[in-house]
Design a protein around this ligand. Structure first.
Ligand code: DQA
Length: 143
């Protein structure tokens, strides 16, 4: 089972970026912990990680993911603006789970709108880095 894990803009700064909201772990630590979790869940799960600050690069990556069994995506700020990322997810027809570290529904009004959610099988928001593990579990159990 091949899963693509995409992180959007500014998530490369995790660890130092607003730790009171996003936690103090770096993206590398979160990815390593997810790898460990995947290994314990099932030896056949393969993860690929991708982070970009650029909307078009994220669209390109999603378009190239047709042979993956699932996508876990934290689109970060593009959650609230990107029709292009939402359309790409719809176009590739790969099961996708949207993840947010913070609870976007408990923050500013503009964060309560997600262009992505309606093209995903589920959204996990507010469980910090554990959200990525919950997303993987969800994809694994719904395979
Ligand atoms: C985020 C929430 C977004 O609103 C924000 O722009 C981010 C991170 C989260 O993981 O909580 O960059 O997606």
């Amino acid at each position: 089972m091949k899963i693509l894990v995409i992180n959007g803009p500014n998530l490369n700064l995790l660890g130092s970026r607003e730790p009171e909201i996003y936690g103090s772990d770096t993206l590398k630590t979160i990815e390593d912990e997810l790898l460990e979790f995947a290994r314990n869940l099932n030896q056949n799960i393969k993860l690929e990680f991708f982070q970009s600050n650029h909307e078009g690069c994220i669209v390109d990556k999603i378009q190239s993911a047709k042979d993956f069994d699932g996508i876990i995506i934290n689109p970060a700020a593009y959650t609230h603006t990107s029709v292009a990322i939402a359309d790409a997810i719809k176009a590739v027809k790969v099961k996708t789970v949207e993840v947010h570290l913070s609870n976007i529904n408990a923050r500013e009004d503009f964060r309560k709108v997600s262009y992505i959610s309606s093209n995903c099988i589920g959204t996990i928001t507010g469980f910090s880095k554990i959200g990525y593990k919950l997303a993987l579990l969800g994809l694994f159990e719904s395979k």
